[in-house]
Write a new protein. Structure first.
Length: 460
């Protein structure tokens, strides 16, 4: 629990007024008393759309009261149980712990104090996440007019936005210019020409190609100029008259190797030299995204990446160079869990073989689990919440497959998993579902997107 930074506390206290909002002590106090929490008269909840001061619950059972040590996992478990208990219709739902986002920011500023995070909005544009980050003072990486509009709507200073899409539509550049968003990336001469024509005052950051072979999602085949071609591009920039403010790179989303960052920093230094040789004075370095959103056995930790970046930065770039990053999944992956309902079950019986089950759940690859398609995600093992305990051996596992709700056979969450036998009405809860999930979810086949419930494990 973070107790020191008053900035963080202010951010938290704003959230107290959110709809669908639970504080840590309220739940833990009810748990301690061992009674189910009273259903709020407003159920079922709708996702919040309004400002923070709308819809505060008057239900005394969910007001903060006693002093307890907050265990975020216990809070999450408690909220999930309460949601399931209160469900009238079996809707999939996320529980978002904004306290987790706050803790991530604290970790970032502690381990990378020189690097200002510009959160990548594309990863998860939930309004409460964005508001939390804006309150904490992060900048934002936007890729479109719509994202810029959203962030400006939160009262964020245009200087705290980088338009980090290296290939932008004319209308988008115009919108950015008209709203004083001048910092933007590019990786080719045609883009430089286009930018300069529309906004001669733009501060352009040249995106160089960085080795992304160790990343889950490689971005280099679409964006980034190879380092050897930088001098030529700089020469063209000079002829066009465009201002080059600095260099950016992206080691790929979901980077699994800390040395990808130190190698890319060396390339960025080389590019800085090229720009300086042409007479520019670059003052901005953008080290992109790719930082892990949660710990996975055998994979690199954020701490390891940070401890390599810190000294490398100081060695290669003087203090007057402002350093920013574009973390996406780092901030949000672990803050969201998703619970889905087992709506149907089919037993496959083969002679002389153990039974196998096909389970059908109410969110799939056209919804939250689009990360299986687009983010190379592998379905993690779920926590099981039983509708009823059967009394039989509930630990014995069987092979199963899990399917989404649509009529498409591509809508498969996993073709093979070992799970205890499930029953219709049981719930499966998946952790670490905050990055690249509902950001790209659709309502294909008429299935609504999962709704959102917010908690804050950092709220006192
Ligand atoms: C330009 C840019 N910046 C930042 C990100 C965020 O990456 P991550 O979520 O891996 O931190 C992305 C992801 O695709 C991106 O394209």
């Amino acid at each position: 629990m973070l107790k020191s930074a008053s900035k963080l506390r202010n951010a938290c206290s704003m959230m107290k007024f959110a709809t669908n909002f639970y504080t840590s002590k309220s739940f833990l106090s009810s748990r301690k008393l061992g009674i189910p929490i009273n259903p709020d008269p407003g159920f079922p909840y709708n996702p919040p759309v309004g400002p923070y001061d709308e819809g505060i619950s008057k239900d005394p059972s969910i007001q903060p009261s006693f002093e307890f040590e907050v265990d975020p996992k216990a809070l999450l478990d408690s909220v999930i149980r309460q949601q399931i208990y209160q469900q009238k219709v079996e809707e999939p739902f996320y529980v978002a712990d904004l306290g987790d986002v706050v803790r991530k920011h604290h970790q970032w500023t502690t381990l990378l104090p020189r690097v200002k995070p510009f959160y990548a909005v594309k990863c998860n544009s939930d309004p409460f996440v964005l508001k939390t980050l804006a309150s904490l003072g992060t900048g934002f990486d936007c890729a479109s007019t719509e994202e810029i509009k959203t962030i400006l709507g939160l009262g964020v200073d245009p200087e705290n936005i980088i338009f980090a899409n290296p290939c932008k539509a004319v209308s988008n550049i115009r919108y950015a210019r008209d709203h004083y968003v001048n910092m933007m990336t590019a990786d080719n001469a045609d883009e430089l020409r286009k930018i300069h024509e529309i906004n001669p005052h733009a501060d352009v950051v040249i995106r160089i190609y960085a080795d992304d072979s160790k990343a889950v999602c490689r971005l280099g085949k679409k964006f980034g100029i190879p380092i050897d071609l930088v001098p030529e591009l700089v020469q063209e920039a000079e002829e066009i008259g465009v201002n080059i403010a600095g260099i950016s790179f992206h080691v790929g989303s979901g980077c699994t190797d800390a040395t990808a960052y130190s190698d890319a920093l060396l390339l960025a230094r080389r590019a800085f030299n090229d720009i300086e040789a042409a007479g520019y004075s670059p003052t901005l370095l953008d080290i992109g995204g790719g930082f892990p959103g949660y710990e996975q056995p055998g994979l690199v930790k954020f701490e390891e990446i940070a401890s390599l970046i810190r000294p490398t930065l100081d060695e290669l770039f003087p203090r007057h160079v402002k350093v920013i990053a574009e973390p996406g999944r780092y901030y949000v992956a672990s803050a969201f869990s998703l619970s889905v309902n087992v709506t149907s079950k089919k037993e496959i019986k083969k002679p002389n073989a153990e039974k196998m089950c096909m389970y059908y759940v109410n969110d799939g690859v056209y919804g939250s689990f689009n990360n299986i398609m687009f983010d190379h995600a592998v379905l993690p093992n779920p926590h099981i919440y039983r509708k009823e305990t059967s009394g039989e051996n509930e630990e014995k596992t069987f092979e199963c497959s899990i399917w989404g709700p649509t009529c498409d056979s591509m809508d498969c969450l996993t073709s093979k998993m070992q799970l205890p036998e499930l029953n219709i009405g049981d719930w499966l809860s998946f952790e670490n579902m905050g990055a690249y999930t509902f950001a790209a979810a659709s309502t294909f086949n008429g299935f609504a997107k999962a709704r959102l419930i917010y908690v804050n494990s950092e709220l006192e």
